[in-house]
Design a binder for this molecule. Sequence first.
Ligand SMILES: [Zn+2]
Length: 95
Amino acid sequence: MTKQFFKIERNAKLDAAITRAKAGKLFVRPTVTFRRYIVINRENGHAYTVEFDRTASGTKLGRCSCDSKVLCKHLAASLPLHLLIASRRFSQPTN
Ligand SMILES: [Zn+2]
């Protein structure tokens, strides 16, 4: 995956992507790699890899293996699950 990361901000672009994600039949599956998800489109069977990252200053980033040039529905579909997993990870002791 060589694609650029998109900045994930709560704005109209993200809202539009969330709307597209809700309209599609997308299934999001976590992987063994933290911040990486597989998004399966149940209408056509295509699977995409989504990755999130975070800069040192706290900006959320995301990228997807699909051909979209804008923040895509796969990223939007994975975001709630990622936020849940990330919040659990950081609220539990890691030993
Ligand atoms: Zn995508």
